[in-house]
Design a protein around this ligand. Structure first.
Ligand code: FAD
Length: 474
């Protein structure tokens, strides 16, 4: 028996998957594999969510863009079989502008030490050594991301690299972040490696022969495994995921916004969706949610009580305004990604490095990312976003405004979950609420409020589908 079948002659009620991003599409496929009837509801007119990109003026602009990478053999094999020869390798190159110089990423300590003044290097090394030793004997009673970063890097490197940058990109200083943010997002330096590399770089600066030097880890999320894209970006991957669902009869309803999740006791009985002016109640056997965890919890009607409401109110997401530029040049940037701290955007990408098909030949697409809060003016002001980005590119000597053929501004409201101090408790309360529902699960970057990439969102979708099936006796 499949979930929610009520009589032998009636069609079983579907399991409704909320959201057609990577997590939702993967959950839907796993449910199909397990013999369930599936309906996917998606607010946008296209599938893929954050990984799906946006079409404008005949071009595909991605949020990022996205590259596929995973160490999970099953997910890799599945995507490879789905994509065949269309999956192509991509080699990531990154430059970070800092104190007037350009640093390669993953950060090489030799780059840092080679470009920073010796005084700063010595101060940074001493501060790092002191904090590392101090960390062995004493820990602060209340940890936050500042205490973790200071202990991991020392006060000087913390101030130089992290404090102001994090505050600008995320809108709050590291002291207001949970320690989880620094631990999960920022790899730590190894003390012995640092001393070895500091010594080697100093020897070079002093004109002595280097003993040996090797790259150290960078300070943002580590992307592991081979990297892949397609000629049509990540968009093609999610389109194929959707196509195989449709091929076996699973329905995907686009342009339908989930408004409410109707609850009777500990079961979700129907999903209320809005398409244009039309509201419709869709009875379901169960749901897999991949919408932002706070929004999904608030959508449950009747509500789950004041504790859940305040937990939902405590979770915050950072938004991104993307400014896409079509440029009359085959390539603009010296690396596929460049990071800045002094401009309106913190990151800009040149699509020419990704092997995407860009029409006509001789043109490339750039996408600049401006992180913000929805209350900021830039969130709603396209003209301002364009002016800031074009002005900064001109000042940086990257691009003259008359080289730009077209611009397109697009947005992601729930781009990054913000791990504010104490967020763990609120998140857990919401996850527990889903666990206690007898026919609901939640998955994905938004749905579990977790800073993950596509392959983990896929895994989360599969696992949520499996957990949901376990809730229905077979
Ligand atoms: C700038 C940026 C760059 C990134 N780069 C990479 C990368 O290079 N590689 C990588 O692997 N990962 C990358 N990621 C992470 C990746 O985007 C996510 O891990 C993944 O896309 C999350 O998938 P998801 O299905 O969990 O969420 P989403 O993609 O957000 O899907 C949720 C879906 O729910 C829909 N939805 C929301 N509300 C409603 C509603 N009320 N009703 C109906 N539908 C609704 C949304 O429209 C969306 O389609 C990046 C993320 C960002 C922000």
């Amino acid at each position: 028996m499949t979930a929610g079948s009520h009589a032998a002659d009636e069609k079983p009620l579907p399991i409704i998957v909320l959201g057609a991003g990577c997590a939702g599409l993967a959950a839907a496929w796993r449910l199909v594999e397990r013999g369930q009837r599936v309906l996917v509801i998606e607010a946008q007119d296209t599938v893929g969510g954050l990984a799906g990109g946006v079409h404008a003026g005949g071009d595909l602009y991605e949020y990022g863009p996205h590259v596929f990478h995973t160490q999970d053999p099953d997910i890799l094999a599945d995507i490879k079989s789905l994509m065949g020869a269309d999956l192509q390798p991509y080699k990531r190159t990154i430059q970070i502008k800092f104190m007037g110089g350009y640093f390669r990423f993953p950060l090489r300590l030799t780059d840092i030490l080679g470009q920073l003044p010796i005084k700063t290097i010595l101060a940074a090394t001493a501060a790092y050594a002191w904090r590392s030793l101090e960390g062995l004997v004493r820990r602060p009673t209340l940890e936050n991301s500042e205490t973790v970063l200071v202990r991991s890097y020392g006060d000087v490197l913390y101030r130089l690299f992290f404090r102001d940058y994090i505050t600008r990109v995320w809108g709050i200083p590291p002291a207001e972040f949970s320690p989880a943010f620094a631990r999960e997002r920022i790899p730590r330096l190894n003390i012995l490696e640092v001393f070895e590399k500091a010594a080697a770089a100093l020897r070079r600066r002093l004109g002595r022969r280097p003993r040996e030097g090797s790259a150290t880890q960078g300070y943002v999320e580590k992307v592991t495994g081979d990297l892949h894209t397609t000629r049509e970006g990540f968009h093609l991957i999610v389109e194929r995921m959707a196509a195989r669902l449709r091929a076996v009869g699973a329905q995907i309803r686009l342009g339908a916004r989930v408004e409410r999740l109707e609850r009777e006791g500990s079961r979700i009985t129907a999903v209320v969706v809005r398409s244009g002016d039309r509201e419709e109640s869709l009875p379901c056997a169960g749901i897999v949610n991949t919408l932002p965890l706070d929004e999904a919890a608030r959508a449950i009607t009747p509500g789950l009580g004041p504790e859940i409401e305040s937990a939902a109110a405590a979770l915050r997401f950072r938004a991104i305004v993307f400014v896409g530029l079509k440029v009359r040049r085959p390539r603009v940037l010296p690396a596929s990604f460049m990071y800045f701290r002094e401009h309106s955007f913190n990151r800009i990408t040149d699509f020419s490095y990704f092997g995407f098909h860009i029409d006509p030949p001789g043109f490339t697409l750039l996408v600049a990312e401006i992180t913000c809060a929805p209350a900021d003016r830039i969130w709603t002001d396209d003209q301002l976003a364009r002016e800031l980005v074009l002005g900064d590119l001109r000042r940086e000597g990257i691009l003259a405004p008359d080289e730009v053929e077209a611009t397109h501004v697009f947005r992601a409201r729930h781009a990054h979950p913000i791990y504010t101090l104490g967020y763990e408790k609120s998140r857990q309360a919401l996850l527990d609420a889903f666990t206690h529902l007898r026919n609901a699960e939640t998955a994905g970057r938004q749905g579990r409020f977790q800073y993950v990439n596509t392959h983990v969102a896929i895994k989360m979708g599969q696992e949520a589908a499996d957990r949901l099936c376990e809730k229905f006796p077979g």
